[in-house]
Design a protein around this ligand. Sequence first.
Ligand code: ASP
Length: 363
Amino acid sequence: MDMTTAKANVLVLYTGGTIGMCPSEQGYQPVPGYLGQRIAGSPQFVGHDLPTFDLIECSPLLDSANMQHSDWNAMTETLAEHYEHYDGFVILHGTDTMAFSASALSFMLEGLNKAVIFTGSQIPLAENRSDAQENLLATLMLLNRYHDRLKGVFLYFNHELMLGNRCTKISADSYQAFSSPNFPPIAKVGIHMNVHWELIEQLDRHSGSDLKPQYIQDSRVGVLKLFPGFDAQWIAPLLNEELDGLILECYGAGNAPGQNTALINALSQAATAGIIIVAVTQPLYGTADLSLYATGQALEKAGVISGYDMTTEAAFTKLKYVLSKEQDAEAIRNQMSTPIRTELTVPGSVRPDIVKQAQSALD
Ligand code: ASP
């Protein structure tokens, strides 16, 4: 086989984050041009199983703690600008908000027909014991080998390729920084690359065949975690006036203190006033289905919507995306409870036998 013609052509977009940071007296910080020099000076980044790739740096380079929706718009714009010229895309990103950005882009890149893989590292590429090389090399190899079959927004970290909108950061100091608690990884990369193609065929896609980027408008969406002794007065001003939407992190299967009538009334008034309130669950695993318990039904009656097993990151970015497209509150509510990019599981959305099979095959 002619290895030169088999190579994919990949765009690597460095947005900032630890992976490309430079050690300095003030601690690690992103320095323009530094990552490109490190990659150019590393023999590992050339090989017959790697794609050819170009590196673009965002300006300014950001610690991802500073990112907001305008940065998701900028990433989307860059991808759209270069979409036709590359077979696949890597987004190098800080780990702190990578799950938010990956979720956001999974919704925003309507009609995406190629792979966009987010990755980063816990230790900079510049350090000897870094996870950066493995994460970036495996991401590039996956794209070189499978770019014609992988479609969607993914996150690669510590030997696993996961759906971008199913991930959450689970560790600040382990190489296993991310998990996809409610959906099996799409691939595991060890000695072999095991990709679960049947699962990939089940993924929901936007129906368009051309890339149609949807940009996020400014909206006021908040996240609120319930805790014992919650006083409704603390949120009344917010709910009454300032919010467009709220992600409510409930207990267990979507429970809230049903006896806290002040809280339930405040939520009910807010929902009546048109604020979209979506329940997700605080535990890492499981689903917020408000129909199960009386304490959940109290929320449902108040107008809160089940967000099922969406991560907070997916629910938050999806709500901002849907608010940017839709005006009608009922249409927004419906979309929030319906899977559009495999970001949530409801009966009939993904075949459970295939999910189970993928889970056990990849364990
Ligand atoms: N604070 C860094 C960031 O998110 C952490 C990292 O990259 O892992 O940009």
